[in-house]
Design a binder for this molecule. Structure first.
Ligand code: ADP
Ligand code: ADP
Ligand code: MG
Length: 637
């Protein structure tokens, strides 16, 4: 085994690799950019080397600097993680030329699978079923249109160099073909510097099922399948293993095809063979086709670890160190079911835009595996993928594992940035998904329901108001006042204002706004919440984030003796005891409000002069309405 390895990556995957290295007694060397100087992977590693600026092109994609760091630190091998340089054959060659071990496949194996067209040709030869279509070198517009017609609409146009869903277009009819071709090519040219495309039959009712393979350069085994059909714009959102509805016969056929694919290129290390599956009528041995092979550890590898008990990074290190495959095919069995949800800092309501922020709080409940590269206090920067964590659950069967995912997401606490947590939880609770009816179109079909924002329940608003008023979290035990305390509290939620009135009397608080009123007694059940900066995050399913507009103005109002006397709840003004210009002393009776069949006497909060009386007997007033204003402290007596 190695003594020391360098990890050419960041975030959760770097942390994930460090953990297994440590368990094997292998020291880790982290690399980091300017933006990551204080990052968790740097804090966790035994050693860390700065390699350049925040932009990936200046750091995590600088193979030369990474190799230099490995040599200087005496590392014997480099683990690339996923993304960045993990599928770059020139980097692999340079690592080996420097006398270091690349923890992964050979440069030739990566090259063979690097372009989708060449990979498909190779797989056809190896007897692996590929999606029907055209993947030739002749790229004329008219020829491609002819091939699309032969394949039969709908078709997929894919960039041969594509990845991450880029350069891909679904075309329904011949009339749309040329326009889609031009836009796929333009996107491919920008993203990959290669505008060659292939044409594929669009598989109806598509499911994405992939097989985890592991090779030692000669032999290969598979570690069963993962279903990654829950996708948004061709990006995986929730993955699971095994695939719902999988049969022994189809699993054996897909596993054998994946192992043939790995063996055809002398594959070494962890890899994934992705298949597109026709899910319109159950799974069939003749109903799956090769799409591409990812020659690296995959983001969703933990669901495979959960059902097999195998630590795939441990296997990667062992095989790279020259040990044989740690298990034979017969040793491998599936136990239970597992799910993974990708938690991102993103603005779901704003169209799933990536978000940034400082994590004021991050906590995961018991009962989940949370793979993360950040902790409370860490920043999500604009430079890298805004993934916060992967939430993984395992259970004896699918229902149990999905129930655990739903509960786990509901109890996950994130504050300081918007996230897709509520969207993930809505997906975990989706009836079709629960029933195992997955296909790649599920999210798009039900997107409105999945992203719907519900109004906050009244108890949650009341809790936020108490938090904004700094009255602590929960039952107001021991909170006693000689006089009832009444305050105006303004909050915003989902872009809408909430003008609330808070009244505290003995151990009870009444929070009222609009036509709502909530009584918070000493034994009220409260959710966990956090106040940070001008935000109040009330955790739960879903989590609500309130903003305190203009906290300074509010603070002034809250100071002993504010200028405004407000209605603590909706009610009827019974009498008014003062007029503009009157001098009052703190505690003087100003007016009487009848609400909820009780009378409330509103008193002057301080000595001063009445500037304005905005209520007269008989008025019906809303909670939070200003009834009497005192002259400002400076102009008052
Ligand atoms: P997976 O199926 O494992 O999610 P993806 O193709 O989505 O595969 O990519 C895995 C990870 O690598 C993602 O976090 C993505 O942000 C990152 N990634 C993908 N392509 C690139 C690239 N060209 N350069 C750097 N990182 C990339
Ligand atoms: P990438 O390199 O971006 O990962 P893939 O070829 O793996 O691209 O395809 C990504 C996703 O696009 C698949 O998971 C699936 O949802 C969809 N897709 C790709 N090819 C087809 C096809 N022929 N028919 C239907 N859906 C497809
Ligand atoms: Mg893919």
């Amino acid at each position: 085994m190695f003594t020391r390895i360098l990890i050419a990556n960041r975030g959760e995957i770097a942390c994930r690799i460090i953990r297994t290295a440590r368990a094997l007694g292998v020291e880790s060397v982290a690399v980091y950019s300017d933006a990551d100087a204080g990052a968790l992977h740097v804090r966790m590693a035994d050693h860390a080397v700065h390699i350049g600026g925040a932009a990936p092109a200046d750091s995590y994609l600088r193979g030369d600097r990474i190799i230099k760091a490995a040599l200087e630190m005496g590392a014997e091998a480099i683990h690339p993680g996923y993304g960045f340089l993990s599928e770059n054959p020139d980097f692999v060659a340079a690592v080996e030329a420097a006398g270091l071990v690349f923890i992964g496949p050979s440069a030739e194996a990566i090259r063979a699978m690097g372009l989708k067209d060449a990979a498909k040709a190779l797989m056809e030869q190896a007897g692996v079923p590929v999606v029907p279509g055209y993947h030739g070198t002749d790229q004329g517009n008219a020829l491609l249109a002819g091939k699309a017609a032969e394949v039969g609409y709908p078709v997929m146009i894919k960039a041969v160099a594509g990845g991450g869903g880029k350069g891909m277009r679904l075309v329904d009819t011949a009339a749309d073909f040329q326009e889609a071709l031009a836009s796929a090519r333009a996107e491919a040219r920008t993203a990959f510097g290669n505008d060659a495309v292939l044409i594929e039959k669009y598989i109806q009712h598509p499911r994405h099922i992939e097989v985890q393979v592991f090779g030692d350069g000669a032999d290969a085994v598979h570690l069963f399948e993962r279903d990654c059909s829950l996708q948004r714009r061709h990006q995986k959102v929730i993955e699971e293993a095994p695939a719902p509805g999988m049969t022994d016969a189809v699993r054996a056929a897909m596993g054998a095809a994946a192992v043939r694919a790995a063996q055809a290129i002398g594959y070494k290390g962890a890899g994934t063979v992705e298949f597109i599956v026709d899910g319109s009528d159950g799974l069939r041995v003749d109903g799956f086709w090769f799409m591409e092979m990812n020659t690296r550890l995959q983001v969703e590898h933990p669901v495979t670890e959960a059902i097999t008990g195998v630590d795939l990074v441990d296997w990667q290190l062992r095989v790279a160190a020259g040990q044989g495959l740690p298990a034979t095919q017969n040793d491998l069995i599936i136990t239970g079911h597992a799910f993974e949800a990708r938690l991102y800092a993103e603005d779901v309501a704003g169209g799933f835009l990536p978000a940034t922020g400082t994590l004021a709080h991050l906590a995961f409940p018991d009962g989940v595996r949370a793979d993360s590269g950040v902790e409370t206090g860490d920043k999500i920067t604009p430079f890298y993928d805004p993934m916060i964590a992967k939430v993984i659950t395992h259970g004896p069967d699918r229902d149990a594992a999905l129930g655990a995912l739903s509960r786990g997401l509901g109890a996950t606490e994130v504050a300081g940035t918007v996230t897709n947590l509520a969207f993930l939880k809505a997906l975990a609770d989706h009836a079709g998904f629960r029933a195992g009816n997955v296909d790649t179109g599920l999210i798009a079909r039900d997107i409105d329901g999945l992203v719907a924002q519900n109004d906050a329940p009244p108890e949650v608003v009341a809790q936020a108001v108490l938090a904004a008023a700094d009255l602590g979290n929960g039952p107001l035990v021991g909170f006693t006042l000689w006089e009832p305390l009444t305050r105006a509290v303004d909050l915003r939620l989902n872009g809408e204002g909430i003008a609330a009135a808070l009244m505290v009397q003995a151990e009870t608080a009444t929070v009222a706004w609009g036509d709502q009123s909530v009584l918070v007694g000493p034994n009220a059940k409260m959710r966990a919440h956090l106040r940070h900066g001008d935000q109040i995050t009330v955790f739960g399913a879903p989590t609500y984030v309130f903003t305190i507009p203009d906290p300074l103005a509010r603070a002034g109002d809250a100071a002993a003796g504010g200028d405004r006397v407000i209605a603590p709840m909706p009610g009827l003004v019974q009498s008014v005891a003062v007029a503009a210009g009157d001098s009052v002393a703190a505690g003087d009776r100003l007016c009487v409000l009848e609400a909820m069949k009780m009378e409330y006497v509103l008193r002057a909060p301080r000595d001063g002069v009445v500037a304005e009386v905005a209520a007269k007997p008989g008025d019906q007033v809303a909670a939070g309405a200003t009834l009497v204003t005192l002259e400002g402290e400076s102009e008052g007596t």
